[in-house]
Write a protein that binds this ligand. Structure first.
Ligand SMILES: [Zn+2]
Length: 105
């Protein structure tokens, strides 16, 4: 475990790692539900520094403390892409709200 404060890149560049998660997510044993549109699946998981965020197709996004960096690394060892710019990442992944309410089946 390295000290986050000692990361030489910490102040220069924030890498966003994003991994789509089509299914339900139940880090607490109960499926996570979007507080805005009540969706229960089709998430985008975002790892920024040492925090993990959940983003819904409706562009609602929140910090999910039950999803740790360790959990992210354990379950999502191969993020599809990395971005330097958050907005660009969201557009590329179609999680910018344009597809709110859309579910893929
Ligand atoms: Zn939602």
């Amino acid at each position: 475990m390295t000290n986050p404060g000692s990361d030489p890149n910490e102040h220069h560049r924030v890498v966003i790692r994003a991994v789509p998660h089509p299914g339900e997510l139940d880090a607490r044993g109960i499926p996570i539900t979007c507080p805005n549109c009540r969706a229960r699946r089709d998430w985008l998981l975002l790892n920024v520094r040492h925090q993990v965020f959940v983003r819904c197709r409706c562009a609602t996004e929140w910090h999910e403390p039950d999803l740790t960096r360790a959990y992210f690394d354990l379950h999502f060892t191969a993020p599809e892409r990395e971005w330097d710019d958050f907005d660009a990442a969201m557009r590329a992944l179609a999680y910018d709200g344009l597809l709110a309410g859309t579910t893929w089946s």
